[in-house]
Design a protein around this ligand. Sequence first.
Ligand SMILES: O=P(O)(O)OC[C@H]1O[C@H](OP(=O)(O)OP(=O)(O)O)[C@H](O)[C@@H]1O
Ligand SMILES: NC(=O)CC[C@H](N)C(=O)O
Ligand SMILES: [Mg+2]
Length: 516
Amino acid sequence: MCGIIGIILSNPDAMASPELLDSTYYLQHRGQDAAGIVTCGSHGRFYQCKGNGMARDVFTPNKMSGLVGSMGIAHLRYPTAGSSSSSEAQPFYVNSPYGISMAHNGNLVNGTNLKKYLDEDVHRHINTDSDSELLLNIFAAELEQRGKIRVNTDDIFKALLGVFNRCVGGYACVGMLAGYGIFGFRDPHGVRPLVFGERVDPVSGKKDYMFASESVALQSSGFTQWRDILPGEAVIVPKDTMQPVFKQVIARKSYSPDIFEYVYFARPDSVLDGISVYRSRLAMGDMLAENIRQRFAQRQKSVKDMIDVVIPVPDTSRDAALKCAVNLGLPYREGFVKNRYIGRTFIMPNQKERKSSVRRKLNAMSTEFRDKNVLLIDDSIVRGTTSKEIVQMAQEAGAKAVYFASCAPAIRYNHIYGIDLADPKALVAFNRSDEEVAGLIGADEVIYQNLDDLIDCVKNCGENKVVEKFEVGVFTGDYITGVEEAYFAELEHLRAQEEFLNSDEDTACFNANGCC
Ligand SMILES: O=P(O)(O)OC[C@H]1O[C@H](OP(=O)(O)OP(=O)(O)O)[C@H](O)[C@@H]1O
Ligand SMILES: NC(=O)CC[C@H](N)C(=O)O
Ligand SMILES: [Mg+2]
């Protein structure tokens, strides 16, 4: 679920890099592994700075000063394919044709076929295991087929049609053609988000344009007029006209954003596909409260008989937990204090790091737990790394009973469009009942939101009701693009290789005996 950004300024002498840098801070939550910026200077030359780490580590003042030019793209990486190596940091670049740089959010599920095609049919060398490098090379190969000395918007749209036809998976991308302009596009199901906006330069009265994964990045840079790129749509902003050209390049196959953006990925202050992430999380909390009330009522118990206090698992679940507490008429307490210097744990690259970070990240206040029956609320339980540690911390802090509720349903399948979950066996709910999950994480009871309720919560927060359905494969195993069995076999193979290479690392959280 990486973050992508593209900016083109109307003033050709202005520098896009400071604004790209600012925006990376607004999208840091989407990827902490690597960061990169590529700009294009007045003579069509690309300038780049990328590497492993967070934006603040990679973009030092010294390196930023070399990023000249009035247009550029940026990327924040959370790896889903390939490795965490710095050679897979984005944006990627190919020198032919014309010089192209591209940044990708998402994951392709037909990488093997694409690699074969690139090798055998169009003879393009692929230097990493990244699916994003494949995507860029598919685009480059399609553009090359136009056979032109200089391209126009029509050529680019035709090349993108080739990309849409060949690439299967979730993808939102921003790209830049040396000396020409920037462009953005979104897969035909709209799985991954992409917004596009404009801002009037107060001095010249001319317009600047920006793409970003989330509206918060546009809003923070003053791009107040913005809209979502539609599934299968592309937008090109040529530098010489500064007039954006929109085109529905391929007929939309559906409008199915990934529901996990609303559960966990996105910032609450973003609006994606007309749906406020914050409002959808409030709705999830409300719905969870209804389910909890009904569940206890079936046992002839009131909520107050069972629970003394609602405590969120910071950060993402806070909004939902507060709403849930209000609905249940229970006190809400911030029983866990979050260390602001530790990033998101779920998107850390390995299990060892994730596990130790939960303890470093959260500290329980015994005043809020001692002798209480607590309802802990998290947005999701994925590998169970957080929940197992958290339950233990609550118990160590003196809790009498610990109920653990999740705003999302049980996660039992791979997320194939943007979460690094190559091994479903690493999911705590894989092949396990809710009771077994509770046992493994040490909770008295685990309560999951059900899927239809989650879908209703998010859908009903939509202002313009454009979204038809959501990509929910991580809960059901049915994926919007379809996926060949061979893909999972290949993931399994890659995982085995990786495990062999990192054999000292405990990559799967729970073994058959439920030990971590
Ligand atoms: O079951 P797990 O494998 O532990 O994954 C789920 C947890 O990971 C995420 O938190 P994270 O710390 O990444 O981010 P947050 O601070 O935004 O909640 C998510 O919010 C859950 O708390
Ligand atoms: N999370 C993402 O969007 C990752 C993009 C791409 N698949 C990569 O691994 O770099
Ligand atoms: Mg969390």
